[in-house]
Design a protein around this ligand. Structure first.
Ligand code: TXA
Ligand code: MG
Length: 340
């Protein structure tokens, strides 16, 4: 299959591909999504094939307007309405009881559906010209999510019908996922809308254990995506916890030509080995927007080992931490641990 690269002027062509049951990668404000008509189970099944995604990992349905939600869900509770008013369009996904119309391929057999209203104008236009779109991130399953059309092309060329090149994504990590199908609501995946913002809007929100920790053996994931290895580069990523001094001492001892550092801007003058900057230490938004392309860059440059600071967990930092700890397979070295 030849994968077409489309400009943002050619969205009507992309919409036609969707209407005919094809697959189109679209920009969103978070990461690129691999879209199919959410009401076409056969087209949705092809998304799983193209990504190599396990069939038990459900997809998010993207809508352009709140009125489209009524075809998708059985209930739209008051708290969901408040969150939609406050944060849609934007990087927030809500899990709600699903309507009969949702094909099993979308919800992977669950009784719920994940819904999001993206703010990206090109995603919104594509939805308006076609239908609600089921779309996971447009990467091969397991690898870092794509934040440019070029990332999508390198994973998906020959596997999908088209890619809309809408430039670089703004947020850079996937949407916040909250389930309102349980009481109290539960944060399943942190993202651009923070836990603090959610609590400010609707009160109690529980932080699911799997956001910060690996699943215990035999434990069932509230969000099936959390049980799979994720976001991982080819290089072996390790996070380092400790003071700035011990961080620099540790990484500067690793000069072997095959090792790089994902660093903060403040580290740069004192680093003695190759580095990829993620932004300033406290600038979580910039770190989020650069993280996935930094992981891909480390692979493109052929590094075998990558070290990074263990991120702070406040605000959008929680999303950066959640992605990095998974990309590292939960490998963290405590540099200042006096007991070892
Ligand atoms: O920002 C985003 O959310 C991007 C863009 C393209 O919109 N999409 C995205 O999709 O990240 P994906 O498939 O890579 O991640 C969706 C996550 C998975 O962890 C999945 O298990 C979870 O949401 N999910 C989807 N439906 C669910 C449901 N009904 N119940 C629990 N978790 C669900
Ligand atoms: Mg994904």
């Amino acid at each position: 299959m030849q994968t077409l690269m489309l400009s943002t002027e050619e969205i009507d062509k992309a919409a036609q591909i969707i209407r005919e049951g094809g697959l189109v990668a679209m920009p969103t404000e978070t990461v690129y999504g691999l879209a199919a008509d959410a009401y076409n189970g056969k087209a949705v099944a092809n998304i799983f094939r193209a990504k190599g995604r396990p069939m038990d990992n459900p997809l998010i349905v993207h809508i352009a307007d709140i009125s489209q939600i009524y075809g998708l869900v059985r209930e739209f509770p008051e708290k969901a309405r408040i969150l939609a008013d406050k944060f849609w369009p934007g990087p927030l996904t809500m899990i709600l009881p699903k309507s009969e119309r949702i094909p099993d391929e979308v919800s992977a057999g669950l009784d719920t559906v994940a819904v999001r209203c993206p703010s990206d104008p090109y995603a919104r236009k594509l939805i308006s010209l076609s239908s609600p779109l089921a779309a996971p991130s447009a990467n091969l399953s397991g690898s870092p999510s794509p934040t440019t059309a070029h990332h999508v092309f390198s994973d998906m060329n020959g596997r999908i019908d088209a890619i809309i090149d809408g430039g670089e994504c703004d947020v850079g990590v996937e949407s916040t996922v909250i389930t309102l199908a349980v009481q109290p609501p539960r944060l399943l995946r942190p993202g651009g809308i923070t836990l603090e913002q959610l609590r400010g809007a609707i009160g109690e929100v529980v932080l699911d254990d799997a956001v910060l920790n690996p699943l215990k053996s035999g434990e069932r994931a509230a969000s099936p995506g959390m049980k799979y290895k994720h976001y991982a580069p080819q290089a072996e990523l390790t996070l380092l916890k400790g003071s700035e001094e011990s961080f620099l001492k540790f990484v500067n001892g690793m000069k072997d030509g095959k090792t790089a550092v994902l660093c903060y801007d403040e580290d740069i003058p004192r680093l003695e080995l190759p580095f990829i900057p993620l932004g300033r230490a406290m600038d979580h938004d910039v770190q989020a927007s650069r993280l996935f392309s930094a992981l891909r860059e480390a692979d493109d440059k052929g590094f075998k080992r990558v070290y990074a600071h263990c991120p702070h967990t406040d605000g959008v930092g929680l999303a950066v931490y959640n992605r990095m700890i998974r990309a590292a397979g939960f490998k963290v070295i405590e540099l200042d641990d006096k007991t070892s």
